[in-house]
Design a protein around this ligand. Structure first.
Ligand code: ZN
Length: 395
């Protein structure tokens, strides 16, 4: 009988040595007795994140690669994954975007890319859904916090359009470029959305209260749904996922995995870690494979908060108990890509990996430097599933 698998992906886990942490990485500096127990009694190595040539790795590409899918062929665009993650059905031909509320001034210069991370956006979204665009049905849905998913439904729509997001403040929003008709549709939406938002009572109230109005929509990641082999078709395994962040729910759904819902799992530092691990322990009885995603390390590192990243790693470790002594289950723990706290961005450094439940290689601790000595060696992300399967056989 093959073993079952729980794969834990800690987003942005790997990092560089940091002078303020005595030249240790956040993972090395963290007290992680449970990770270390699994590493000591398992096998370790490093995983090279998948990325396009000359670019930094993205979460969606690296996840697809972890699951053994070639990101070049299988990535449908971030918009599709976000919309799936929200729980919205996508029809053939729909063009999906991820988007967010932002604040611009009268000259379309960005003041805040996230409109002070506005959260209560339900009534704004309701108004946006009343916008009419000729020949196209518009669907706007709420995602976590200030984020939204946008779907354009109609005939012969194109994904060949650029984003209006300059990704920094103090500059003008970018002009949309690309396929003529789609540019026109998108521009019409953005213009009408701006008018609706400028006049919305919620924004008038926000201004009165000294807050920034959520008066603009930034869109990016245009994509259409792709038909790909499901995880079940590819590996013959019944798979479930546990995730808080919308993108990761979308990736799970895109691969045909079943969602295991956990109250309070939300992709932030306040996520219900204990609930997630308890749910994984319970669910593995009915599934062959569980993908459990934890987001916050990535966000903390992107904000330069290496100390908080270290502390959050410790918090994950403290909540790991439910899955420590499962019978006939292989535990795999790794990151999707590294996020370098000092650079405040994703980086190309490899991620440590530990696989517990098969062999032992004398690794002392779960960390970048210690895993480098591990018997798994340095793996390409796309080969990871194959490697895991070789370790599950023969039990
Ligand atoms: Zn990531």
């Amino acid at each position: 009988m093959s073993k079952k698998i729980i794969l834990i992906v800690i987003d942005g886990l790997g990092d560089e040595p940091i002078p303020q942490l005595k030249n240790k990485t956040p993972l090395e500096a963290a007290k992680t007795p449970n990770f270390d127990f699994l590493a000591k009694n398992g096998v370790c190595g490093l995983v090279l994140p998948w990325h396009e040539k000359g670019k930094l790795p993205t979460s969606e590409d690296t996840h697809l690669a972890i699951f053994g899918y070639d990101p070049k062929k299988s990535n449908p665009g971030r918009g599709v994954l976000e919309v799936l993650g929200i729980g919205e059905k996508i029809k053939k031909g729909d063009v999906c975007f991820r988007g967010n509320f932002a604040t611009v001034d009268e000259n379309s210069v960005i003041i805040d890319r996230r409109a002070e991370r506005i959260e209560d956006t339900e009534d704004l979204i309701e108004s946006l859904n009343r916008i009419k665009i000729k020949g196209v049905k518009l669907i706007v849905r709420k995602a976590f916090g200030h984020r939204i998913g946008v779907i354009f439904r109609g005939k012969n729509l194109s994904t060949k359009v650029s984003s209006n997001d300059p990704k920094k403040v103090g500059v003008k929003v970018l002009k949309i470029k690309g396929q003529k008709r789609m540019v026109k549709i998108l521009e019409e939406f953005l213009e009408k959305a701006r008018a609706v938002l400028e006049n919305h009572p919620k924004n008038k109230k926000r201004i009165k209260e000294g807050k920034l109005p959520a008066n603009y929509i930034l869109v990016r990641g245009a994509g259409k749904l792709k038909k790909i082999e499901s995880f079940k078709e590819k590996y013959g395994l019944k798979a479930g996922f546990i995730a808080g962040g919308t993108l990761y729910k979308g990736i799970g759904k895109y691969l045909g995995m079943e969602e295991i819902k956990v109250k309070g799992a939300n992709g932030t530092i306040k996520t219900n870690l204990k609930g997630k691990f308890l749910a994984a322990k319970k669910a593995i009885k009915n599934f062959d494979f569980i993908f459990l995603h934890i987001k916050a390390c990535d966000n903390l590192a992107e904000d330069g908060k290496f100390l908080e990243k270290k502390e959050f790693i410790e918090k994950i470790d403290q909540n790991l108990k439910p899955i420590l002594n499962l019978k006939n289950v292989l535990i795999v723990i790794t990151g999707d890509h590294s996020t370098c706290s000092l650079r405040k961005s994703h980086c190309n450094l490899p991620n440590p990996i530990l696989i517990y439940g098969a062999k032992k290689d004398g690794c002392k601790k779960f960390s970048e430097r210690e895993c480098k000595k591990g018997k798994l060696g340095i793996l390409k992300q796309i080969d990871l599933m194959k490697k895991i399967f070789t370790l599950t056989k023969g039990f």
